[in-house]
Design a binder for this molecule. Structure first.
Ligand SMILES: [Zn+2]
Length: 444
């Protein structure tokens, strides 16, 4: 006999449960979980939604507007709990390839039992980030312009958004919708034709039926989804993880800029001094001394406003108002050639400095990109799931390495066996060639 202790319901709810039990409707596994004490239960009920007795939790819009609803009692909450478990496991294991979690009924029970001390307001519980990601998904997909998502796609969206949201300049957002709709169109066609030679069927569609929530299937589907989506993201510019300047750095910049506001050129008192990112943080500018300038607090606000929506390509050629261009070049990781353009891997390839068969290796992570430079320019990336082609280097590496280390720690193994840093190759390129070919529009 199973005994369930109801601790967090009002009397109407208990009466409702009693009547249902008398009518021969036993509690579902999720309804039993809803009775667990603690904040995790509350967190899932608030997000997944629940209506019983006199109290109603409407649930998060992700479960109401983005995901396909379910009439089954507790199903949305169960889905919310298993999505959170997967999300939690990935974050807790630093997105290690083996960090996918098993989410069968027993695993969910165990998760509830092991997290009675869960604090949904603590960063360490990953709950605030989960809400943030759900909000992000609603912003992107909550406009009602496409069919609601099945559960398998809900997992993908949450896991991918967790990787990209806040870690890259937001320019990928525009590409997300297009890539997502394209993925779903190809998936729908594959599920209709069931053509085994179509990878949308063999690597995804065939795994959306029975036992669709098993750990292996969630993982394989996500891998395929992530890869197809990333190929479409050509605009992944990593954000510096550190947003603010330390007190020591503020002092250094204050003295370096001789106490003069770099925007209005008037003297600044220490009390009104602020440090401004020359290339805005929101578009990938680093929190480095090279990217810092002293400004008045009031000038700072105006300057930030003026730079809203800043993008490299929006700045007119020959514009005098480009202080960041001069200041970014010396010592900057983004090497600029004599034309003021960043030296792209394509320029390096065109100049013969990255011949066919090079491999990019990140010191911080064992990820290998087999680079093959042909027309059209592309990269072949290899991992335990096979090989895949990407049109930009950035699309491959940005998600495979920690954003903070993508550009600083990349080594290139040349076919001769020689190993060079990517940064050193860029510097050599500038020495030899000075400027990029005119048609070089792709930048890393
Ligand atoms: Zn000023």
């Amino acid at each position: 006999m199973q005994v369930v202790l109801i601790t967090n319901s009002d009397s109407n709810e208990i009466r409702d449960l009693f009547i249902r039990l008398q009518a021969g409707l036993p509690l579902t596994a999720q309804e039993k979980r809803d009775a667990w004490p603690g904040d995790f239960t509350k967190f899932i009920i608030e997000l997944g939604g629940k209506a019983s007795g006199k109290k109603t939790w409407t649930g998060h819009d992700f479960f109401r507007k983005v995901l396909k609803g379910s009439a089954a009692r507790g199903n949305q909450r169960k889905l919310c709990a298993t999505m959170f478990m997967q999300f939690y496991s990935r974050r807790n294991n630093k997105y290690h390839p083996e960090s996918f979690s098993s989410v069968n009924a027993l695993d969910v029970d165990n998760f509830y039992q092991h997290h009675v001390a869960f604090d949904s307001n603590a960063e360490t519980s990953h709950a605030p980030r989960f809400r943030e990601v759900l909000d992000g998904a609603v912003q992107l997909l909550g406009d009602g312009r496409r069919p609601r998502l099945e559960a398998h796609m809900g997992y993908n969206v949450i896991l991918l958004l967790d990787v990209v949201m806040g870690n890259f300049a937001p320019s990928w957002r525009g590409q997300f919708i297009k890539a997502f709709d394209q993925f779903n169109a190809q998936l729908a066609a594959a599920r209709k034709s069931k053509d085994p030679s179509d990878e949308y069927w063999s690597k995804y569609g065939s795994m959306t039926g029975v036992a669709a929530s098993s750990k292996g299937r969630v993982e394989l589907r996500y891998r395929f989804f992530e890869r197809q989506m990333l190929q479409q993201f050509t605009e992944l510019v990593p954000l510096d993880t550190q947003r603010g300047y330390s007190l020591g750095e503020r002092e250094l910049v204050f003295h370096r800029d001789r106490g003069v506001c770099q925007l209005c050129r008037r003297a600044v008192d220490w009390e009104e001094a602020e440090i401004d990112h020359i290339v805005p943080h929101a578009v990938g500018g680093k929190t480095s001394l090279e990217n810092a300038r002293l400004v008045h607090r009031l000038c700072h606000a105006r300057g930030a406003k003026a730079l809203e929506g800043y993008r490299d390509e929006d700045v007119p050629e020959g514009s005098v108002d480009k202080p960041w261009e001069e200041e970014r070049a010396p010592g900057s990781k983004m090497k600029l050639d004599a034309m003021g353009k960043r030296v792209s891997t394509k320029s390096l390839a065109d100049a013969g400095m990255l011949p066919d068969g090079c491999q990019f290796v990140f010191r911080t992570k064992k990820v290998t990109v087999l680079a093959v430079f042909k027309e059209p320019h592309r990269f072949v990336y290899e991992d335990e799931f096979g090989t895949q082609e990407f049109s930009t280097f950035r699309a491959v590496v940005a998600l495979k390495a920690s954003p903070a280390h993508v550009w600083d720690n990349t080594e290139v193994q040349l076919p001769s066996g020689e190993t060079r840093s990517l940064d050193a190759l860029r510097a050599e390129y500038i020495d030899v060639f000075g400027s990029s070919p005119a048609d070089d529009d792709e930048e890393e």
